[in-house]
Design a protein around this ligand. Sequence first.
Ligand code: HEM
Length: 153
Amino acid sequence: MRDSILFFNVIRGLHIVAVIAWMAGMLYLPRLYVYHFRAKPGSEMDATFQEMEAKLLKIIINPAMVMVVVFGGTLVWVDWARIGPHFWAAPWALTKIVGLIGLFSWHGYLAQSRKRFAAGAYPRSERFWRMSNELPFIAALVIVLSVTTKFGL
Ligand code: HEM
């Protein structure tokens, strides 16, 4: 029993560390897009931003997202065995799922936009990327408070 609690807590810690890396990357990438607008397409600065954006996605954001899902999935598996499948029907869990849909969609949109920057078709505007930077932060706030409070249980 103590071993299984230790296992759950270690995985929970790794899950949180992976979330930190995923969020850090998703907060930084739109910042790069803001400054990318100041580089002329085809210039040396444009190439530098393209490389930074591609590496940020490939080395940090995508692997961190995979780790969040792997560790989160392991926690689901343990909770499922402990509590049963109905734990996902609790209001806090449904709220977390809504927040997750938001974060996964934003991740996909950021990745798609990177391809458009690389093709020289700068998507949206400097102002859009500056303003939208708060969106993943709001989703993370909702998710973290829903799991820490477990409201509606
Ligand atoms: C597919 C993605 C994810 C899955 C399957 C998942 C699943 C889980 C599960 C089952 C737990 C354990 C709940 C418990 O019994 O205490 C948990 C804990 C946690 N998750 Fe996630 N999660 C995911 C993504 C995220 C994201 C994106 C965030 C933050 C933005 C997050 C933040 C947390 C936190 C802070 C805890 C610890 C809560 C506590 O111990 O009080 N998770 N996650």
